[in-house]
Design a protein around this ligand. Structure first.
Ligand code: GLA
Length: 375
C-alpha cells in the first residue's frame, strides 16, 4: 500500500514537473521575438552545441536566437590547420543548422593574428614568406572558405583586431610581411569570393579613444578607396564599470555616421574582479588565480545578479535607441558554463557573464534585457 502511494506521488510529481517546465518555457519570452523590430539576436556556439551533443542547446537556440557565429569553428587553425588541408565538418554543420532554422550566419574570422598556424607565414624551410606569397596564401584561404559558403553565410568578419590600444596598426606578421594594405587586400578577396556577403571589421575597445578614432579612420579610408565594407563589429567584452555608457552610445552614432552597420558581436559582461589596470580582450593575457579573484565559486549572490541585470538593462536601453544603425547583438556564448571568461584572463574561475545560467535557465539579466522593450 505504502509503496503504491509513494509510486503514485512520484508519478504525479514527475508529471507535475513536466507540466510546470512546459508551461514555463511556453510563457518564457523569446529574445529574438522581443527585439524583432530592432536587431537580430545572435549567439556564438561551440563544438558540442553545433553538433547537438549538448542536447538543450538547439532548443534554446531555436527559441531565442536568429543569428549564429562559430566560437572557433571557422578560425584559421580549425578550418585550415595545414597547407592545402581544409576541415569543414564543423562549419558545414553550423551552416546547415542555420539554414534549416532560417538563421543569419557570420563567418568568424578570415584574418586574425591569433589562432592562425605558424606555417601560414613561412615557406617549407621555415623562412618568412614574401609579400606576394603571403597574399597568395591569404587569397587561397579566403576564396576557399568564403567560396564554399557563398550564398549560405551572409556575412564575414573579414579582419579581426588589427588595431593596438594606442590606435596604431597592430604589429602582426600580416602587417610585417604584406604592409599596411593587407586589410584592403583581405576585403577585396572576400568581395571577389562572394560579392553579396556583408563584410565587417571586428575589434574590441573601439568605443574609446584613441582606438576608436583609428577604427573610424580605417573604415572611412577603406570606403574612400571604394573598398566594400558593410559594417563594424564592436566585440563588447564588457565589465560592470567599463566602458562607460556614454562611450558606447557615442561610438554607435560615430560609426553609424560613416554609413556602416554597427553590430555588437561578442557581448558578455565579466563580473569578476579585474587584475589591476586590465581592460582589453587580448586572449594571450594570463594572470595568477588567487581566491579573492574568484568570489562566486559557490554561486552568484542576489546583489551581484542584480548588478549584472542592471548593467545589461543600461546597455540595451542604449542599443534599442538605434534600430536603424545596429543590425545585430551577438552574445559570446549561450550560457555561463561555456564562457571563455571562466578561464580568461585568469584560468579556473566561475563567471556569470551571459543571460542563461549553466542549466540554460534564463537569469535575472535575461528578464531585465527583455523588459527594456516591454516597458
Ligand atoms: C576575441 C575573438 C573571439 C574569441 C574571443 C575569446 O574576441 O574575436 O574569436 O576568441 O576573443 O573567446
Amino acid at each position: 500500500m505504502k509503496t503504491t502511494f509513494v509510486k503514485y506521488l512520484l508519478k504525479t510529481g514527475m508529471a507535475l514537473m513536466v507540466i510546470v517546465s512546459f508551461a514555463c518555457s511556453k510563457t518564457e519570452p523569446s529574445l529574438k521575438d522581443a527585439f524583432k523590430d530592432h536587431f537580430l539576436i545572435g549567439a556564438a556556439i561551440n563544438t558540442e552545441q553545433i553538433m547537438g551533443t549538448d542536447s538543450l542547446a538547439h532548443l534554446v537556440l531555436i527559441k531565442h536566437f536568429n543569428a549564429l557565429t562559430g566560437e572557433n569553428a571557422m578560425k584559421w587553425e580549425r578550418i585550415h590547420p595545414l597547407p592545402g588541408n581544409y576541415y569543414f565538418t564543423l562549419s558545414d554543420s553550423l551552416v546547415s543548422f542555420a539554414q534549416r532554422n532560417g538563421m543569419f550566419v557570420t563567418g568568424h574570422t578570415l584574418l586574425w593574428h591569433h589562432q592562425t598556424p605558424k606555417w601560414v607565414f613561412e615557406d617549407t624551410a621555415g623562412k618568412p614568406l614574401t609579400r606576394d606569397s603571403l597574399l597568395a596564401v591569404l587569397k587561397d584561404h579566403i576564396f576557399t572558405v568564403v567560396g564554399r559558403y557563398k550564398g549560405k553565410v551572409q556575412s564575414w568578419d573579414v579582419v579581426n583586431e588589427a588595431l593596438e590600444e594606442n590606435g596604431s596598426l597592430r604589429k602582426t606578421k600580416w602587417l610585417e610581411i604584406i604592409g599596411n594594405d593587407y586589410i584592403e587586400k583581405a576585403f577585396e578577396y572576400a568581395k571577389e569570393a562572394d560579392p553579396d556577403a556583408e563584410l565587417y571589421y571586428n575589434d574590441y575597445n573601439i568605443e574609446t579613444a584613441p582606438k576608436r578614432d583609428s577604427a573610424l579612420k580605417l573604415i572611412s579610408t577603406l570606403k574612400a578607396k571604394g573598398i566594400k565594407i558593410d559594417g563594424v563589429g564592436i566585440q563588447g567584452h564588457y565589465h560592470l564599470d567599463f566602458p562607460v555608457l556614454a562611450d558606447i552610445d557615442s561610438a554607435i552614432r560615430a560609426f553609424g555616421n560613416l554609413g556602416v552597420k554597427v553590430m555588437f558581436t561578442e557581448l558578455d559582461i565579466n563580473i569578476l574582479p579585474k587584475p589591476e589596470n586590465f581592460t582589453g580582450a587580448n586572449i594571450s593575457d594570463n594572470y595568477e588565480l588567487r581566491p579573492e579573484m574568484n568570489p562566486y565559486a559557490n554561486g552568484l549572490p542576489d546583489s551581484a545578479s542584480k548588478q549584472l541585470a542592471d548593467r545589461y538593462a543600461d546597455m540595451f536601453n542604449i542599443f534599442i535607441k538605434y534600430p536603424d544603425i545596429i543590425s545585430r547583438i551577438t552574445f559570446w556564448g549561450i550560457h555561463d558554463g561555456q564562457s571563455w571568461l571562466n578561464n580568461w584572463p585568469i584560468r579556473g574561475r566561475t563567471n556569470y557573464p551571459l543571460l542563461f545560467d549553466r542549466n540554460y535557465k534564463p537569469k535575472q539579466a535575461f528578464y531585465s534585457v527583455i523588459n527594456t522593450v516591454k516597458k
